[in-house]
Design a protein around this ligand. Structure first.
Ligand code: B12
Ligand code: SF4
Ligand code: SF4
Length: 320
């Protein structure tokens, strides 16, 4: 009877719905939190906002944000023949935290192996699955690696809403996850955007140590601690001295204070687990860190982006 009912339901589903369902089921099996799908097309609302953000120099020295404007606002220009953007969320919320309360703080996303490697492998598996199960499908996999407005696509496909801190969040699991995409040349059934549940809350805006959330939903990247500690190659300006709330790599303040992150659940990706010695490091250990220790605890880590000298600069900046 159950088999009959399933067949009857399938009969009424279009091929695009069946394909979308197959992809979502496989995405879950591969460990993604959720998967949503949008039609690949020009981002009409976001394009003028991005243009304004760039004109206001909110990208600071992140020169790469100025490149490929046309591709960034239109995936059909990024991937030839693309029809669908498949957005995926991958949880990184850790179950443990740094033991010394006075130690310089490391953002949660950077505890384990660099997410670019971990997620890229899973995206490739998902693309292979699509090619094996559905047929001659072409596409490309992305995770924080190309000119794509990743948050806008995830929001469009109903995976969450973009909060006042400008990150994507959900009522079920908050915001401590990465975003990733497959952009493919197959038509699929498309999802609808989710609704905004920020309401009258302003916790993230009020808590931001550098007042980088300049208005609800708009972050001035050039004022964000994450920018200063990861992206900025030059010296950190004296104007922000004393404002870093002890963050040495990234910053989680606007997410830590968000009430929806009370619903975050620990990830179950072993590669995201930190080395135990990393969590045990004291304030003194960080201040005296050598290049050998750096290379050992941050082997294959996203922290390598700042290099040893960058991390040392950040720790020094907190100390002075
Ligand atoms: C550049 C960048 C940064 C910059 C700039 C931040 C920013 N908000 O843009 C810096 C270095 C500061 C940064 C910091 C962080 N980042 Co970052 N970053 C990116 C990157 C590479 C591009 C983002 C982008 O396009 N920015 C350009 C601006 C214009 O985009 P936007 O903020 O979405 O702007 C929109 C709003 O301003 C809106 N808007 C403007 N005006 C108005 C007005 C109204 C009324 C409304 C409704 C909207 C609106 O429209 C704009 C266009 O859509 C993405 C990866 C990617 N390719 O998408 C990761 C990404 C956004 N970062 C990510 C993360 C995790 C972080 C940090 C949490 C890391 C950390 N712990 O330190 C912080 C969070 C800081 C914050 N509150 O935003 C994740 C976010 C995951 C999530 N849950 O959303 C991403 C998606 C990477 C990934 N693949 O997982 N990041
Ligand atoms: S990450 Fe930190 S500095 Fe950046 S907007 Fe959020 S609270 Fe502000
Ligand atoms: S802290 Fe409040 S305003 Fe900020 S994203 Fe969370 S719910 Fe929205």
């Amino acid at each position: 009877m159950i088999i009959f009912a399933t067949k009857t339901i399938n009969y009424f589903l279009s091929i695009k719905q069946i394909h979308a369902q197959l992809i979502k089921t496989e995405a879950k099996r591969l460990g993604f939190l959720s998967c949503g799908i949008s039609k690949a097309e020009f981002l009409e609302e976001e394009a003028p906002r991005l243009e304004k953000w760039l004109n206001q120099n909110m990208h600071g020295e992140m020169q790469y944000m100025e490149n490929h404007f046309d591709k960034r606002v239109d995936p059909t220009k990024l991937v030839d023949g693309s029809k669908s953007v498949i957005s995926l969320l991958f949880n990184y919320f850790p179950s443990e935290s740094q033991q010394d309360e006075n130690a310089p703080k490391l953002s949660k996303y950077a505890f384990g192996t660099d997410y670019h490697f971990v997620i890229k492998d899973k995206l490739k598996s998902l693309l292979s699955f699509i090619q094996e199960e559905i047929g001659d499908v072409h596409g490309r996999a992305f995770v924080d690696s190309a000119p794509i407005l990743e948050k806008a696509w995830a929001a469009k496909s109903g995976l969450g809403w973009i909060g006042k801190h400008s990150n994507l969040l959900t009522q079920q699991v908050g915001s401590f996850y990465f975003l990733a995409e497959l952009i493919i040349d197959l038509d699929l059934n498309y999802d609808n955007p989710a609704t905004d549940h920020c309401g009258s809350c302003t916790a993230c805006i009020d808590a931001c140590p550098t007042e980088a959330i300049v208005e609800p939903y708009k972050v001035d990247g050039s004022k964000c601690i994450s920018y200063f500690t990861i992206e900025l190659k030059n010296e950190i300006p004296n104007s922000v001295k004393g404002l870093f709330d002890n963050w040495m790599f990234g910053c989680d303040v606007c997410q830590d204070v968000c009430p929806w992150n009370g619903f975050s659940k620990p990830h179950n990706e072993p590669l995201f687990d930190p080395r135990p010695e990393l969590l045990a490091m004291t304030k003194k250990d960080w201040e005296e860190i050598t290049e050998d220790v750096f290379n050992k605890i941050f082997q294959k880590s996203a922290v390598k982006r700042t290099k040893f000298t960058g991390l040392q600069r950040n720790i020094q900046f907190l100390k002075e």
